[in-house]
Write a protein that binds this ligand. Structure first.
Ligand code: ZN
Length: 66
């Protein structure tokens, strides 16, 4: 178990580089997030593990994106 706190000594965000680390747990809004070796994040407050997926780009103008 060698989980580093978020933001301590470089950004460990997993395979896809350029991704910003998330700052808050989406379930309990705490900042006790730790990156998982297998990818994703784990919250040490509510003990949930989850991942953040990139779904694609949105069109700010809305519509017409076909
Ligand atoms: Zn949480």
């Amino acid at each position: 178990m060698s989980a580093e706190p978020v933001g301590a000594g470089g950004v460990a965000t997993g395979p896809d580089s350029g991704r910003q680390p998330i700052a808050y747990c989406p379930y309990c809004s705490e900042e006790t997030l730790f990156p998982r070796e297998a990818g994703g994040w784990e919250c040490h407050s509510c003990l949930r593990a989850f991942s953040v997926s990139f779904l694609g780009l949105v069109n700010p103008g809305g519509g017409g994106a076909r």
